[in-house]
Design a protein. Structure first.
Ligand SMILES: [Zn+2]
Ligand SMILES: [Zn+2]
Length: 220
């Protein structure tokens, strides 16, 4: 039995989406967006969208939930446009995860609307001390994490009028991600930039260390 809240993180859905991506990759190795007709270059930008919308009542009906004719592959950004236009009021939550320097924040900047709710650790650090981005004083850690948890609680309760919320973080461990996804009813977006690219963007040795630590934890 599926619950709507966790459907898009279920193993069955992820496997189904993979299958559709495989079947719909053209001779140039590209998946074409069913909304705008342009190629979708990054796999994490591909959203499987149900044409007949999934609801609590039909989420266990395979003819709706797992019917290839009912699922379009479209850009994340096109998906937002579609829902912005057709939905009644519905709130969507995304966990944007990946290595340090993978481009998570950049991806959110490119996709989020001005009135979306964004939880970004770097920004939270900057909000409590002057050099938060370069320097994260250990003594403030509990306060910054407290701020994050407070926002996560608000997202969990769907407090406020935002349409989309993005939680940006490394979350290298699948168990931790799954728990957060389930709690928030979120979809995961994995910014799966290669380690070599992340390392080339690192500003100093500390950051190279964080990247190495991430990939070690991620592949464990
Ligand atoms: Zn598109
Ligand atoms: Zn959709």
């Amino acid at each position: 039995m599926f619950a709507l809240r966790t459907f898009y993180q279920s193993k069955d859905w992820c496997a189904f989406r993979e299958r559709l991506i495989h079947e719909r990759t053209d001779d140039n190795g590209e998946v074409i967006c069913a909304h705008c007709g342009k190629p979708i270059y990054k796999k994490y930008d591909i959203i499987g969208h149900h044409i007949k919308e999934l609801t609590e009542d039909n989420v266990n009906d395979a003819l709706v939930a797992f019917n290839p004719d009912n699922v379009e592959l479209i850009h994340f950004r096109c998906h937002n446009i579609k829902h912005q236009r057709y939905d009644g009021f519905r709130q969507y939550v995304y966990i944007v995860h990946g290595a340090p320097c993978a481009g998570k924040t950049t991806w959110v900047i490119n996709n989020a609307y001005d009135d979306d709710l964004i939880v970004d650790m770097d920004r939270l650090w900057e909000s409590v001390c002057f050099r938060g981005r370069e320097d994260k004083p250990n003594r403030l850690k509990a306060n910054v994490f407290g701020l994050r948890d407070c926002l996560i609680e608000q997202i969990k309760l769907r407090k406020g009028k935002w349409r989309n919320a993005y939680v940006i973080g490394m979350y290298p461990l699948a168990s931790e991600r799954d728990r957060l996804c389930e709690m928030l009813g979120a979809r995961c977006i994995h910014i799966d930039t290669d380690k070599s690219v992340c390392l080339s963007r690192a500003v100093n040795d500390d950051w190279c260390g964080y990247i190495e630590d991430y990939f070690e934890a991620f592949t464990r």
